[in-house]
Design a protein around this ligand. Structure first.
Ligand SMILES: NC(=O)c1ccc[n+]([C@@H]2O[C@H](COP(=O)([O-])OP(=O)(O)OC[C@H]3O[C@@H](n4cnc5c(N)ncnc54)[C@H](OP(=O)(O)O)[C@@H]3O)[C@@H](O)[C@H]2O)c1
Length: 251
């Protein structure tokens, strides 16, 4: 069975759309009829994403660790001016890096947190405003299985992803005033550029991979859940977390 969504006439903003899970979700949303504002830092990769659907995909170069509220407002004002108010968004920006407690790299640890957590807060603050989003908008934020299960030297990443998962509940209670919904998705290991990060990859042993009953994840294993949560079929779901792990925790 091939489940398709119809997002014709809908508009979404995707942060961290130049690669991996965000890119896959952007492509599928555009294929399903939505206008998509794809945000990231790497213009070459954003341009290559736009090439997949020049009519539906718009791009904006934003570094979430450096963007001011004015930068966010400007990006939303421009997109909303072109296509109309948004119907939701996905925050998929994230970086991973090993920072052993004993000698941790303070700058890297803060950057990991700023990218996954504070960037998300700035995004949500802007995106949930009435002037930018239609009532009933749906948002999906990326947490991780790492929020609950520790890997050595990954405290900054685990803490940042746990913060995202914790923040979703109060945020859900606040944005319901505009009938908006927000949920988190927590994947285990998914084969994207992130997994290719040299230091991170070195922690991924054969034994670890063998625990995945369904093998390591692919970006499209996660984008299906993202599209579902953005859709009206998820209209009664807010403030929840969805773990997608390919059977990892069973084993
Ligand atoms: N892959 C996994 O195993 C896995 C597992 C659990 C959770 N996750 C989470 O899922 C999300 C997507 O991960 P992925 O696997 O798709 O990783 P990815 O392929 O490395 O993509 C990460 C995205 O984040 C963007 N990004 C990073 N820093 C940014 C910044 N400062 N400003 C703006 N954009 C920034 C990147 O864009 P630019 O480089 O263009 O800036 C890229 O589009 C992340 O939040 C990650 O933590 C991944």
């Amino acid at each position: 069975m091939n489940v398709k969504f119809d997002f014709s006439g809908k508009n979404f903003v995707l942060i961290g759309a130049s690669s991996g899970i965000g890119r896959q979700a952007a492509i599928e949303l555009a294929e399903s009829g939505a206008n998509v504002l794809a945000v990231g830092r790497n213009l070459t990769r954003l341009d290559s994403l736009k090439e997949t659907n020049t009519q539906k995909i718009f791009i904006a170069q934003i570094d979430v660790t450096a963007a001011s509220q004015d930068d966010w407002q400007a990006a939303f004002t421009d997109f909303v001016g072109k296509v109309g108010k948004i119907d939701g968004g996905v925050y998929s920006a994230g970086i991973v890096g090993l920072t052993p407690l004993n000698s941790f790299d303070r700058e890297l640890a803060h950057k990991i947190f700023d990218t996954s957590f504070w960037g998300m807060i700035n995004f949500m603050q802007t995106a949930a405003k009435k002037k930018f989003s239609n009532a009933g908008s749906s948002f999906v934020l990326m947490s991780s299985l790492a929020a609950d299960f520790g890997t050595k030297s990954l405290f900054a990443y685990s803490a940042a992803k746990a913060a995202v998962k914790a923040a979703v509940k109060p945020i859900a209670k606040e944005i319901i005033r505009n009938r908006h919904r927000v949920n988190t998705v927590s994947p285990a290991m998914v084969k994207t550029d992130m997994l290719g990060n040299i230091t991170y990859e070195s922690e991924v042993t054969e034994e670890e991979i063998a625990r995945y009953l369904l093998g390591l994840g692919k970006a499209e294993d996660i984008s299906g859940m993202i599209l579902f949560l953005l859709s009206d079929r998820a209209a009664w779901i807010t403030g929840q977390n969805f773990s997608l792990d390919g059977g990892y925790l069973l084993n």
